[in-house]
Write a protein that binds this ligand. Structure first.
Ligand code: MN
Length: 252
């Protein structure tokens, strides 16, 4: 199932199943089955598919990206955080920091947590996953290179667009392709079969230290092909089974 979170014409925030550009909303209350309604996708406002209390990101989880960044392949996962202010939605125009030389896109497969997760074994990790979405880990290289903790470099407003839907794990097989296009030109193309650390390995490691809540996001790193964004660019992150996260960027 592909689940869309959206605002309906009454201004209510709702969840529904997306199929063929039509959204069948879940009832507003479980006791109120009559409130189910169908909307054309174009008639609703798409919202981020979840409301994370934190986005846990993984650095260098593809060997080819580590190489293009002149970095070593890590011997354990590298983690950093993005806070809720970073989250944006499919379709949003993203306003990025001004005065920087390098603001980069990074196409990533994002894992959405479905059940509170603490100190997981690898064998139980996937049972805590609600599904997948797309993330663009937009990165301010100027400040990322200059600071130890990547607040300016990674945690700025609009640096974590997510969406368009939450797809359940059955919709996104291991060979589902992750692609990035800028102004229609293909820049990145990979699958999670190329990960250095698997999703269970990542979840087992991070939950030794950090409890993940339902709706939290683990963004699993970017493959080779990262590059610069310019004012007015249109950037699309596509994951087979999820769809396409599309944003324009404004760099004041
Ligand atoms: Mn990244």
């Amino acid at each position: 199932m592909r689940q869309l979170r959206f605002r309906d014409s009454d201004g209510d925030v709702r969840l529904g199943e997306l199929a063929d550009d039509e959204v069948t909303a879940f009832p507003k209350q479980a006791s109120d089955l009559d409130s189910t309604a169908t909307f054309a996708r174009e008639d609703v406002e798409t919202l981020p598919p979840c409301r994370p209390s934190k986005v846990v990101c993984v650095g260098r989880n593809y060997a080819d990206h580590a190489e293009e960044m002149d970095s070593d392949v890590p011997d354990r996962p590298l983690f950093f955080l993005k806070p809720p202010n970073a989250v944006a939605s499919d379709g949003d125009d993203l306003t990025l920091p001004s005065g920087k030389d390098r603001l980069d896109y990074e196409a990533e497969i994002a894992v959405v947590i479905g059940a509170q997760a603490s100190d997981l074994d690898e064998s139980e990790a996937m049972a805590h996953v609600a599904g997948f979405t797309c993330m663009n880990d937009i990165s301010n290289r100027d400040d990322q290179r200059a600071e130890q903790n990547w607040i300016r470099g990674k945690a700025f407003d609009d640096s974590a667009p997510l969406g368009p839907v939450l797809a359940t794990p059955d919709e996104v097989p291991a060979d589902a392709r992750l692609r990035c296009r800028v102004n229609g030109e293909l820049r990145q193309d990979a699958t999670r079969e190329q990960f250095i650390f698997s999703i269970p390995e990542l979840l087992a490691d991070i939950t030794r230290y950090v409890t993940l809540e339902p709706g939290d996001v683990l963004s699993t790193g970017t493959p080779e092909g990262v590059g610069r964004l310019e004012d007015g660019d249109r950037v699309e992150i596509e994951l087979e089974g999820v769809g396409t996260l599309s944003n324009t960027v404004t760099i004041p």
